[in-house]
Ligand binder design. Structure first.
Ligand code: PLP
Length: 398
């Protein structure tokens, strides 16, 4: 098909040319005397992205899923109880993994479209007088439904009842796009990956571990080997890895972290809010459709999950967009399959790139019979952006 492909799934995201070029390197000896410079550059530049001075960033040759597994198996004893909420496919998959690894999970079932149920976290934690819950899990940004949750408030709930459990946060589709604060929020393990806000190809698990979690890992009895924090931290301290690292990914990460530092992390967050607000204007004011996120407080600045009207199959919108317009939109997963499509607005992008996605979604919707006004989404997004200075703090368009 002539013309470029428009990649607007909520990860993998577009890799900036600058990062691609940085990754085109000849292989090197990963045990050379100069290799530690690269390791240290990556790990130290990650700390401000996690907003930590005391926790330790770790890079695994995996994706985000590997970091979920690492969090569970490094910090917990076999059979430990954990508390988690389920409100989308990714919070579900983490819970599923916990069960398959043999942990006992107290699940807070929550409607898809809502976020972490803070009052119910609090109720479970305060009822747990014997402190059987060893870890509390929360998905900061549920990519399947476009819902952002308040991780800080989960920590407050834990503190208010003086619960000693570890706090694990999934920030796979939030880190480096939506504010995340490891130290301030008292997060013990943050799980993320390379292919979203960090603007890299998939293939690197990016995680960060508090001193408390590292201490727990020293005596935790769950079986692990490849994903052992201790092996990694010991090797990284000398500038090396316990096994062969992906050299291009490390060069790419160094470059993407430099780009984030140049733009300024807070400006990166503001850009995401500003661009997301334009998409929300297209959805609400242009198309008169709904988001899966049921209230403005849940609106995600990295992905919008757009409900299609009754009688329309969201999968047909996605197929039409892909086949006819070379536009990749995100699918509805599991419970919401066919009910929605998703526009990812994460990583390296600007207004004009998003207008392409909005226009393509609009044309695909028209083609499959959604009754919207041609150009209405594009016009609403433009109006929003013209009324709000680029990069300035802006709230939800709803
Ligand atoms: N958690 C969230 C919120 C995600 O969006 C994803 C993937 O999209 C994952 C976890 C799993 O990460 P990965 O696909 O990198 O293993």
């Amino acid at each position: 098909m002539a013309g470029r492909n428009f990649l607007f799934v909520p990860g993998p995201t577009n890799v900036p040319d600058r990062v691609t070029r940085a990754m085109m390197v000849a292989m090197e000896d990963h045990r050379s005397p100069i290799f530690p410079e690269l390791t240290r550059a990556c790990l130290s530049a990650l700390k401000p992205v996690f907003k930590t001075t005391s926790a330790v960033p770790i890079l695994f040759p995996s994706s985000g899923t590997g970091c979920w597994e690492a969090a569970m198996t490094n910090c917990l004893n076999a059979g430990d109880k954990v508390l988690a909420s389920r409100f989308g496919q990714f919070s579900h998959l983490w819970i599923d993994m916990c069960t398959r690894l043999g942990f006992e999970v107290e699940v807070l079932e929550t409607p898809w479209g809502e976020g972490a149920p803070l009052d119910r976290y609090l109720a479970s934690l305060s009822a747990d007088k014997q402190h059987k819950i060893k870890a509390v899990l929360v998905c900061q940004n549920e990519t399947a439904t476009g819902v952002t949750s308040d991780v800080a408030a989960v920590r407050q709930a834990m503190n208010s009842v003086k619960h000693p459990a570890l706090l694990f946060a999934d920030s796979v589709s939030a880190l480096a796009s939506i504010d995340f604060r490891m130290d301030e929020w008292g997060v013990d393990v943050c799980v993320s990956g390379s292919q979203k806000g960090l603007m890299l190809p998939a293939g690197m698990g990016v995680t960060c571990v508090s001193q408390k979690a590292l201490e727990a890992a020293k005596s935790a009895t769950s079986k692990r080997c490849y994903f052992d924090y201790g092996d990694m931290v010991t090797s990284n301290a000398t500038g090396y890895f316990p096994y062969t690292p992906s050299l291009p990914m490390l060069y790419g990460l160094r470059e993407s972290l430099a780009m984030i530092a140049e733009e300024g992390l807070e400006n990166v967050f503001h850009r995401h809010t500003y661009l997301a607000s334009g998409v929300r204007a297209a959805v609400f004011e242009g198309w008169k459709l709904k988001l899966c996120a049921t209230a403005p407080k849940w609106h995600s600045d990295t992905v919008s999950a757009i409900m299609v009207p009754e009688g329309i199959n969201g999968a047909e919108v996605i197929a039409r967009a892909f086949k006819r317009y070379n536009l990749a939109l995100g699918a509805g997963l599991s419970k919401v399959a066919g009910k929605l499509f998703r526009i990812g607005h994460m990583g390296d992008l600007n207004e004009l790139m998003l207008l392409g996605a909005i226009a393509g979604a609009e044309m695909a919707m028209l083609d499959v019979g959604v009754k919207i006004e041609p150009g209405s989404g594009v016009a609403a997004a433009q109006k929003y952006w013209r009324n709000h200075a680029a990069g300035a703090k802006s709230g939800s368009a709803a």
